[in-house]
Design a protein around this ligand. Structure first.
Ligand code: AMP
Length: 433
């Protein structure tokens, strides 16, 4: 019986996996420039962590979590996002106690949400993100928004729209919540079931509803900006001003509320200007999250990118990176040559060359076909003649030039051939650009 992959999950294989490593590497480099250190937290956490952080009115908690009882009867959940785990880890390890604040961590790893799979939406996906904890200056929000933009720029992803909004402070949100309740009370009986539930628990979440029939009611709802306290307004003004100074284009989007309950204050998302894949990355400020999970009263700001969305955007807008292949493909022509090729491959790899080989003798024609399919730079042919003369025949698979090399000088000669090959490739790429 064939066992299929679990719905909403996907295998990432070979060249594609290499591209994911490239995004991770790029994000990590940029985060390190901004002073973040890596944190790796478990994929499973106690369920109450997410109830308290992501929030009981969020879609994630109400319908998307992979929650199960372990054999000891504990309720565990596969993390739907990483921020909560990072906060838990700060508390568990008392990271705030012995370090200069703010704490700055980046993370990368799989997340799980029981969502309806569609383009750019999976049940297992990967996030790269950062958290800054222990600073209340608006500059920390601005810095994180800039970091996100720089990550996208370094991947060559431009045409990006940065959307920001303020969810206000407690005072503003209380006034806004009251206004929304009053407004939606007149319409809620005509709205979807989810909105009815949100109306009871957290009317702000209604603004995130995607049901087409509900949009006319949402469009007429009061706007957060009209309920911001003076302090919240000043904070948002400062953020906008600092973003302008940093040359970051942005739009203020009144309906941006984000799907996680822990956000307070400034929230933001990165979208493509001309594609509706959804947010590539998103984040915001959280005032009470660390306290909610048992830590000290320190506020923070975070950002996370979905690697699947980065991949979608990167491959859609840019030529794929040149796909890698081995430096040398060894083609033994008889059984004795197979043994020799095996030893040579080992020597090549120990000296830092990527080498692959045929494990059985094959014809010239099929060996060359394999070497080309594998995108090898060179083929190394070893037959009867070569063994007798203690030589190998090396063929550049781009120029088709062929030469004999004594096995004694092999490393030195192959190294210089490879250098020449790479130089020629660089010149070619520069000319294309
Ligand atoms: P969130 O944790 O909901 O703020 O999402 C942060 C980012 O994670 C989004 O901007 C997406 O890039 C990505 N993301 C969230 N949910 C999914 C999903 N189901 N599949 C793929 N990527 C996702």
């Amino acid at each position: 019986m064939e066992i299929n992959p679990v719905k909403g999950t996907h295998d990432i294989i070979g060249d594609e996996a290499e591209m994911y490593s490239f995004y991770e590497y790029d994000c990590r480099l940029m985060a390190e420039l901004f002073g973040y250190k890596e944190i790796r937290t478990p994929i499973i956490e106690h369920t109450p962590l997410f109830l308290r952080s992501v929030g009981e009115s969020s879609d994630i908690v109400t319908k998307e979590m992979y929650t199960f009882d372990d054999k000891g009867g504990r309720s565990l959940t596969l993390r739907p996002e990483l921020t909560a785990g990072v906060m838990r880890s700060i508390v568990s390890n008392k990271l705030h106690a012995n370090a200069d604040l703010p704490l700055k961590y980046f993370y990368c790893g799989p997340c799980f949400r029981y969502e309806r799979p569609q383009a750019g939406r999976y049940r297992q996906f990967h996030q790269f993100g950062v958290e800054t904890v222990g600073v209340s200056s608006y500059l920390s929000d601005v810095e994180v928004i800039i970091l996100g933009k720089r990550i996208l720029e370094s991947l060559g992803i431009d045409k990006v729209k940065v959307l920001i909004n303020s969810l206000g402070d407690e005072e503003s949100r209380e006034a806004y919540r009251k206004a929304l309740k009053e407004y939606f009370a007149k319409h809620i009986d005509k709205m979807c079931g989810d909105c009815k539930r949100r109306f009871e628990i957290n009317p702000l979440r209604i603004l995130d509803c995607k049901v087409p029939e509900d949009q006319e009611f949402i469009a007429g709802a009061p706007k957060m900006k009209d309920y911001l306290s003076d302090a919240a307004k000043l904070y948002m003004d400062n953020v906008e001003e600092a973003l302008r100074k940093a040359g970051i284009d942005f739009e203020v989007d009144d309906n941006l509320v984000r799907g996680l309950d822990y956000y307070t204050g400034v929230v933001f998302e990165y979208h493509m200007e001309d594609d509706d894949i959804g947010a590539i990355g998103a984040g915001g400020h959280y005032k009470n999250l660390l306290k909610e999970v048992g830590g000290p009263d320190l506020e923070g700001v975070g950002l996370s990118f979905g690697l699947e969305r980065l991949h979608y955007v990167f491959t859609k807008y840019h030529e794929e990176r040149p796909q890698s292949g081995p430096d040398f493909y060894l083609m033994p022509m008889n059984d004795e040559a197979v043994d020799l090729a095996f030893s040579l491959a080992d020597i090549l790899r120990s000296n830092g060359f990527a080498a692959e080989m045929n494990y059985e003798p094959k014809s010239f024609k099929s060996s060359f076909k394999i070497a080309e399919r594998k995108r090898s730079k060179f083929a190394i042919i070893i037959g009867e003649d070569e063994i007798a003369k203690k030589q190998i025949t090396v063929k550049n698979l781009k120029t088709q030039e062929q030469s004999s090399v004594n096995t004694d000088d092999m490393l030195m000669v192959l190294r210089s051939m490879l250098e020449e090959y790479i130089q020629a490739q660089n010149v070619e790429e520069a000319e294309v650009k």
